[in-house]
Design a protein around this ligand. Structure first.
Ligand code: TXA
Ligand code: MG
Length: 328
């Protein structure tokens, strides 16, 4: 299959590209779309036949459920059930964070095909804030199931070129909306008994959620968000995390690369170096993370050494992704 990459930079391009995307979705096809977190691989969430193509394209195991992206808030209660004790909290979270990088896990309604939720009794829902995604899902007029547009277990794509590297030849269309602003996947929160449980950390930090009530970190050892397997986002190159990058011994003749967080200067010990943020800004670091990991992964290194970040705010989500990228 030939994969087209279509631009959205001018109003004409945007009109044409969005029209193509909607037509393909209506024909039951999968299309890669930009969101404010990472690129998604979207299909009609209410069509099992369309959703099957997402799993096949990504080589994703069927036990890993998908996030349903709504065209508007009114759809929430058509796909999910909101228990009485969760109602106030759901309203507050939706008011504050939608559209945006927060996915809510709620009991599902039968309208959502079982393949979307991998047979679970719950469904993850969010509303993307990306203008292109919003326009496509709005014109489509129904929810879109969309996982990150990478092959299973690999680094999530933050540009159209990344998606092409992952899925070229497997999908008809990649909608190019430039680099994704957040650069890491949405925070996934389950609502149970009126409390919040973080299943995947992301751009909406724990501290922000705590303003609305009790927050628990996912307690169960077994991955409850099945995508939260310990090894995920794995680059081909070995990756280790170090508190003190200069203390890591680099064997003679080996090509090591550095992914820095602090403002220490680049060292010649490393043949390739990247800095997540010049100004120590965690938002910027998150936005650069996957792109820089991909760049380092392409540099034929023996090892990538990533400097540990402070685990507060967005630093929690970044460290989570680095740990999953590390070859233990
Ligand atoms: O930012 C994002 O969330 C991106 C963009 C494209 O929206 N999507 C994304 O989807 O990251 P995906 O499929 O790569 O990750 C979804 C995560 C997985 O870890 C999955 O196991 C979890 O959400 N998930 C989905 N439905 C769930 C459910 N009903 N219960 C628990 N976890 C769920
Ligand atoms: Mg993913």
């Amino acid at each position: 299959m030939k994969t087209e990459i279509l631009a959205t930079a001018t109003p004409d391009e945007r009109e044409e590209t969005v029209g193509r995307a909607v037509a393909l979705l209506e024909a039951g096809e999968v299309v890669a779309l930009p969101t404010e977190t990472v690129y998604g691989l979207a299909a009609d969430a209410l069509s099992a036949a369309a959703v099957v193509k997402i799993f096949e394209t990504k080589e994703r195991p069927r036990f890993d459920p998908l996030i349903v992206h709504l065209p508007e808030r009114g759809w929430l209660e058509r796909v999910a059930l909101i228990a009485k004790e969760s109602r106030l909290l759901v309203d507050q979270l939706v008011d504050r964070f939608w559209p945006g990088p927060l996915s809510l896990v709620l009991p599902r309604r039968d309208l959502v095909p079982g393949i979307v939720t991998a047979g679970l009794t719950t469904v993850a829902v969010r509303m993307s804030a990306h203008p292109i995604f919003t326009e496509v899902v709005g014109r489509f007029g129904k929810p879109l199931a969309a996982p990150s547009a990478n092959r299973f277990g690999r680094i999530s794509p933050t540009s159209a070129a990344d998606v092409a590297e992952e899925l070229s030849g497997r999908i008809p269309l990649i909608v190019d909306g430039g680099e994704t602003p957040h650069g890491i996947e949405s925070t996934v929160v389950a609502l149970r008994g009126g409390a919040m449980e973080i299943l995947r950390s992301g751009p909406v930090a724990r501290e922000e959620l705590e303003k609305f009530g009790e927050v628990r970190l996912s307690s169960s050892e077994k991955a409850e968000s099945p995508g939260q397997l310990p090894s995920h986002y794995r680059p081909a190159t070995r990756l280790i995390i170090a508190e003190e990058i200069s203390a890591v011994p680099v064997p003679r003749g080996k090509r090591y690369g550095a992914l820095l967080w602090s403002d220490q200067p680049f060292s010649e010990t490393f043949v390739e170096s990247r800095r997540l943020s010049r100004s120590g800004d965690l938002r910027e670091a998150a936005a650069n993370l996957f792109r820089q990991l991909r760049e380092l992964d392409r540099a034929h290194l023996d090892c990538i050494v990533a400097e540990a970040l402070p685990e507060e705010g967005l630093g929690v989500a970044i460290m989570d992704r680095l740990r999953r990228a590390a070859h233990l």
